[in-house]
Design a protein around this ligand. Structure first.
Ligand code: PMP
Length: 383
């Protein structure tokens, strides 16, 4: 049996979420925007209940929650949706980091080809950008700062609290891609001052294909984000298109479960990390952790095994566990991880890097077993 240790790519659906979705598919048919019958009304109430569940998890009000198809779309709307406002107000400068997910990097790249100036802040070897490095770049014409909460490859927590506190005093919008932290660093997210926040439900054991863009109100006003697709008035026109009621319900249920279970999940994650690291120590293989463990979430390890090609190792150990290197979205061709490159790691370290990630659905013994088998193969490679 192969153990799934690639939760940062996608977490399995929680069976309680699945049950809730099946019930919606069976019993809450209809279009949530239909006004002419009770079927629409029922679907609408499912959507509004889910909106409340998301809002409770994030500690915000439900009219700040907008459903999208996932974090990629949320990031696109948060960033591209500001184009008109930026142009009208002479705010054409964007600050982000070199280690954002491609859903941010490619989007700002598109804007940079269309008149905007974009600056990319690099992390240190610890995997973390420095808040002052970001804040020092802010100018009068800065439209947006976009910084992820937790990096998907390294698990390193970025200083979004500090950045948000400082930006709240200035006329600059702040977007946080919280895809890897939502439902996990629950108290931390509640404490961040941001204008826009994105996540996908499937990273917290909800269904794939649904996500959220939070638009935080400031004195009753939403940030000046406009729709990037045209169509109906769903989600206040921010995200036109029929609302996928069962997916939304699944997203809401995943958020509700996370709201009540995140503390016990956090303890479980710590135990798994300890046990996995012990396997590395006991294996006798020379390894190094990428990114400063002090800033790392308890659900991820990015590790390099000296002298072992991670590509070869992953192929030879597929039957034992599913891990990854770099992000799944760019894994069709081998290119060294741009995140590890930006951190300044050398080629050998990057080529031997593995990302191991787990979550609430992981069984510790199975994780340990999978890693033990992987390390046994790695040992043969490094001889
Ligand atoms: N941002 C981050 C930090 C991610 O890890 C991911 C998924 N790997 C995304 C955005 C995009 O999420 P999705 O593919 O669900 O749209």
């Amino acid at each position: 049996m192969s153990t799934y240790l690639d939760y940062n790519a996608s977490a399995p659906i929680d069976l309680r979420v699945l049950d809730c979705m099946v019930d919606v598919y069976k019993n809450s048919i209809g279009n949530a925007d239909s006004r002419t019958h009770g079927f629409g009304e029922k679907a609408r109430s499912v959507v509004e209940d889910a909106r409340k569940q998301v809002a409770t998890l994030l500690g915000i009000s439900s009219d700040e929650v907008f459903f999208t198809s996932g974090a990629t779309e949320s990031n696109n709307i948060a960033i591209r949706g500001l184009v008109d406002y930026g142009k009208k107000n002479g705010k054409m400068h964007i600050i982000t980091t070199a280690i954002e997910h491609k859903a941010v990097l490619e989007t700002v790249k598109h804007l940079s080809e269309n008149g905007f100036e974009v600056e990319f802040i690099k992390p240190g070897i610890n995997g973390r950008v420095n808040a002052p490095d970001v804040l020092d770049k802010v100018r009068e014409d800065t439209l947006l700062v976009s910084v992820m909460h937790v990096n998907n490859e390294t698990g390193i927590i970025q200083p979004v609290k500090e950045i948000g506190d400082a930006l709240a005093q200035r006329n600059v919008l702040f977007h946080v891609d919280a895809t890897q932290s939502c439902g996990k660093l629950v108290d931390e997210i509640r404490g961040i001052k941001y204008n826009m926040l994105s996540f996908s439900a499937h990273k917290l054991m909800g269904p794939q294909g649904i996500g959220v863009l939070v638009l935080k109100k400031n004195r009753y006003k939403l940030p000046p984000v406009k729709n990037i697709m045209y169509g109906g008035q769903q989600e206040h026109g921010i995200r036109p298109g029929t609302i996928p009621v069962a997916l939304v319900a699944g997203c809401g249920m995943a958020c509700e479960i996370a709201s009540t279970e995140y503390k016990e999940n956090a303890q479980k994650a710590i135990d798994i990390k300890k046990a996995v690291l012990k396997e590395f120590d006991d294996s006798g293989i020379e390894y190094s952790i990428n990114g400063d463990p002090k800033f790392c979430v308890d659900t991820t390890i990015n590790v390099s095994l000296k002298g072992v090609s991670s590509e070869a190792l992953m192929i030879s150990t597929k039957q034992f566990c599913g891990v990854s290197n770099g992000s799944a979205c760019t894994s069709k061709s081998y290119t060294p991880s741009y995140v590890l490159v930006a951190m300044g790691l050398d080629n050998d370290t990057i080529e031997s890097s593995l990302r191991i990630s787990w979550g609430a659905g992981t069984n510790k013994d199975e994780a340990v077993e999978g890693i033990r088998e992987l390390l046994a193969v790695a040992k043969q490679f490094s001889l």
